[in-house]
Design a protein. Structure first.
Length: 147
């Protein structure tokens, strides 16, 4: 099976979690192409032969903390270029690589490109549950719920 594996490039947690999964998939005889950027790109290039750089979503940090407000504003302001810089290059990779499956570890653009190409997508992260689960909230926790 040919697998396109997209990994979020902010921080290294997603990359460190993905490495043993990718190693396992390769041992099972699957072909895996990794797409990521930043420090994760360098990390994966040291361990795997089929790694390609793509731009992805990034957080805005202030005083060593994620600023959700600035991240949201930055994402809104950059949204017109996100398709050109992020989704279109991944769609090109999908067209040439022709994966049977896309696995994503919080790399949202590979998941979106896969869904647009009607390729099955597996998401390995802790954030997708926000879109799949019914979460209780109250007015006192509305801000955290929206974030």
């Amino acid at each position: 099976m040919k697998i396109l594996y997209g990994v979020q490039s902010d921080g290294m947690g997603h990359a460190l979690r993905s490495r043993p999964i990718i190693e396992h998939l390769l041992r099972q005889g699957h072909s895996v192409k990794v797409i990521t950027a930043g420090r994760a790109l360098t990390f994966f290039q040291q361990h795997f032969s089929d790694v390609e750089e793509v731009e992805g979503f990034s957080f805005y940090y202030y005083n060593n903390k994620v600023s959700y407000i600035m991240t949201g504003l930055k994402s809104l302001l950059n949204s017109p270029t996100l398709i050109k810089k992020c989704i279109l290059p991944i769609q090109k990779i999908i067209k040439t690589y022709q994966p049977d499956l896309i696995i994503t570890d919080f790399e949202v653009f590979s998941a979106k490109a896969g869904l647009l190409a009607k390729i099955p997508v597996i998401s390995i992260d802790n954030i997708s549950m926000l879109f799949l689960a019914k979460l209780p909230y109250s007015l006192s926790t509305l801000n955290e719920y929206l974030i």
